[in-house]
Design a protein around this ligand. Structure first.
Ligand SMILES: Cc1cc2nc3c(=O)[nH]c(=O)nc-3n(C[C@H](O)[C@H](O)[C@H](O)COP(=O)(O)OP(=O)(O)OC[C@H]3O[C@@H](n4cnc5c(N)ncnc54)[C@H](O)[C@@H]3O)c2cc1C
Length: 332
């Protein structure tokens, strides 16, 4: 286990904001975990788990506690049953699966971050989410100090949610994730934007590798590359509606997507309709191609991000009556 002190959170997160973390403990093998949490407990420090920092926001005052930095590496494939250590980069896993012809995660191509965070918010994109192929995970139970296997049902997955970011937040460290993938391909109709791309480019290859190429191209056009522009991807979740609310929204002419996972309005549409698209708010750029993404162009502080967030949430509420919910987690 490696130990660092006073590491700026800005260096550990893709939004590139946040003051120093008092300690960062880099765990490289599961047996480092009891030691890392033992250290934090001994000095009564709060802890926060970080992988790639693509969905976590640092505060200006930093974190007077211990960041447990997940660097657990390793990977095993038994005919499509993939067991992936939590510190593996997610996208190379998708690339590997597609190269083997396995279907189930091809639409999750190019999502930044590490595998251990994937079940936390049930990563999803273009009609897939990780719950669809998730079998089980090995976790370290921070409350009891025990390693155990938890099945898919234990995680209570839904849109951008699991027990890991709701009622059991901070309780479990995901050590490895096991997915069950099959040979085959996704069935049509694909997600709207994927179908649109297919017809515009006359594509006929719907194999996992083919869908990966399509999704990668759509994402490259629409979303900022975190290596070039500081962001956390979607800063706001889409707005989910009951059937009654969806009918009311449709009667007002709002675009409601009625999918297998429920009725939703794209929060990017709501933000765009409030006139925020491409606007620079306190140094945060509202991404012109997907307005639910905020880019830290020159904000320089969490305080400025918070001002931009308040302005957007308040304006959307005043105009439409919907509360936007933040997607990334706060390091606090
Ligand atoms: C440009 C861009 C595009 C994105 N597109 C998408 C998208 O299409 N779909 C999508 O769902 N997300 C998307 N995201 C969000 C992000 O990529 C995912 O949430 C990803 O899973 C974050 O991984 P990470 O390792 O960086 O997580 P981190 O930010 O390090 O952690 C995120 C949360 O998970 C917890 N956590 C991390 N590792 C563990 C672990 N081992 N055990 C327990 N808890 C843990 C952390 O405490 C934190 O609460 C995007 C982000 C960016 C920057």
């Amino acid at each position: 286990m490696k130990i660092y002190d006073n590491v700026p959170l800005a260096n550990l997160t893709t939004m590139r904001l946040g003051g120093p973390a008092r300690y960062v403990l880099e765990v490289e093998k599961p047996t480092d975990l009891p030691d890392a949490y033992g250290f934090a407990n001994a000095y009564h420090y709060p802890t926060f788990i970080l992988g790639g920092g693509a969905n976590s926001i640092g505060h200006d005052e930093g974190f007077n506690g211990v960041i447990i930095l997940n660097r657990l590496r390793g990977f095993n494939d038994e005919n499509g049953k993939l067991t992936i250590m939590a510190g593996e980069d997610w996208d190379p896993i998708v690339e590997y699966a597609c190269s083997k012809g396995y279907t189930g995660i091809e639409a999750l191509s190019k999502i930044p971050g590490l595998t251990g965070a994937a079940p936390v918010q049930n990563i999803g994109a273009y009609g897939q989410d990780i719950s669809q192929t998730f079998l089980e995970a090995e976790v370290y139970d921070i409350a009891t100090g025990e390693f155990k296997i938890m099945s898919k049902d234990d995680f209570n997955f839904s849109y951008r949610k699991s027990i890991l970011n709701t009622n059991e937040r901070g309780r479990y460290f995901v050590v490895s994730v096991t997915l069950q993938l099959e040979q085959g391909q996704m069935s049509r109709p694909f997600y709207n934007s994927v179908e649109k791309y297919i017809s515009e480019h006359n594509i006929t290859d719907f194999s996992p590798a083919g869908i990966r190429q399509i999704v990668s191209a759509i994402r490259a056009d629409k979303l900022p590359d975190p290596r070039e522009k500081a962001s956390s991807g979607s800063f706001f979740k889409n707005v989910y509606l009951t059937n009654e609310e969806a009918e009311e929204a449709e009667s007002k002419g709002y675009p409601v997507h009625r999918g297998k996972d429920g009725n939703k309005i794209n929060s990017g549409w709501l933000i765009e309709k409030c006139g925020f698209s491409d606007k620079l708010l306190y140094g945060m750029r509202v991404n012109p191609k997907a307005a639910l993404v905020l880019i830290n162009e020159s904000a320089g502080s969490y305080t400025n991000l918070a001002k931009a967030r308040s302005e957007i949430i308040g304006t959307v509420y005043d105009k439409f009556g919907y509360w936007l919910e933040q997607e990334p987690m706060e390091i606090a």
